[in-house]
Design a protein around this ligand. Structure first.
Ligand SMILES: [Cu+2]
Length: 331
């Protein structure tokens, strides 16, 4: 039931629509940065070489099998001992191939993984099962949807609050493990504006599959405007219903797990909800962020993301409506 719904609203990989103009595919073969391109290039070289070797070896085996097969009346063939020229050839050819691949791998590693000194542009923290995103530039805190400016490398610092996760957006750069207690660093970059999809790439528990990443690459001015807005606290409630939602947010313990100030890094048991209304998805990409879906989520998170670490708070329909009015911010 749920799988059907999510594939219809094009959020999951199965129903992926064209997100980047002019780039129909979203995957390793459509890199949009020099970092990712270097990896794709090495991949193509390795796969091509592998295919040629496979074709050569299988071709030889098949050819010899047919050409020199035993025929009726044949005698035992004379055994052959040692052949220096052949032995040198089958040592030298693989050695040259492997040495060449090593050289290319070193070149690729340098291109895809330049030194990571300096202040990070982004701090990303893996949680079961969502990504916390902090922008040190102005302290804005967000979740799951990562905005970056186009055209320049972005230094990411990757951490984990619980278990090992892995951050991978194939079109933008290398993949990297998020390890508790360790701050790993790497670069991503997008040369074209668009939305790039990624996912947690290290099994991390029941909802590992719904720990998706959307990177929204915007022209620098647009990004700056987005970032300023993202640091703002939640909009003050404009209606009586939203005011009731605000009170419920405190009394129903939501505030113990969620921050609603755009710069607050605590509490971070759940995502910062200050600018939730501006996100396209909720629950790590499991559903589109519409008021109806938000209500479904609040009514019973586990029915949408079984095992989710947000408890079912047994809210009444009326309470759900009030919380949606408060969090969605649109009267
Ligand atoms: Cu994960």
């Amino acid at each position: 039931m749920l799988a059907e719904e999510t594939s219809k609203d094009t959020l999951c990989y199965g129903g992926l629509r064209q997100l980047v103009p002019g780039r129909p595919e979203a995957g390793v073969f459509e890199p949009v940065s020099p970092l990712a391109r270097s990896i794709t290039d090495l991949f193509v070289v390795v796969m091509t070489l592998g295919a040629l070797v496979l074709a050569g070896v299988t071709g030889t085996v098949v050819f010899f099998g047919i050409r020199y097969r035993a025929r009726p009346g044949d005698d035992e063939p004379a055994p052959i001992y040692g052949n220096r020229r052949l032995e040198i050839a089958w040592f030298v050819i693989p050695a040259v191939i492997v040495a060449g691949l090593l050289g290319l791998s070193i070149v690729t590693a340098r291109a895809a993984d330049p030194p990571t000194t300096g202040t990070p542009d982004l701090v990303i923290i893996g949680h079961q099962w969502w990504w916390e995103v902090v922008y040190p530039q102005n302290g804005a805190v967000s979740a799951n949807e990562i905005h970056i400016p186009t055209g320049r490398p972005i230094l990411v610092q990757l951490e984990s609050i619980d278990v090992i996760h892995d951050f991978w957006v194939p079109q933008l750069g290398r993949k990297m493990d998020a390890i508790p207690g360790v701050a790993n660093r790497f670069w991503i970059q997008a040369d074209l504006p668009g939305v790039y999809l990624g996912a947690c790439a290290e099994y991390c528990g029941t909802q590992h599959a719904w720990m998706r990443i959307r990177v929204v690459a915007q022209p620098p001015a647009e990004f700056e405007a987005w970032l300023q807005q993202e640091a703002r606290p939640i909009a003050p409630p404009a209606t009586a219903l939203a005011r009731q939602g605000q009170a419920l947010f405190e009394s129903k313990t939501c505030a113990n797990c969620h921050a609603i100030d755009g710069r607050a890094q605590r509490p971070n048991v759940g995502p910062n909800l200050a600018q939730l209304a501006r996100r396209e998805t909720i629950g790590g990409g499991v559903i589109a962020n519409t008021p109806e879906n938000l209500a479904r989520w609040l009514a019973n998170p586990g029915s949408i993301k079984p095992g989710s670490l947000m408890p079912d708070l047994n809210l009444t329909q009326q309470e759900v409506a009030a919380l949606v009015a408060f969090l969605d911010g649109r009267p």
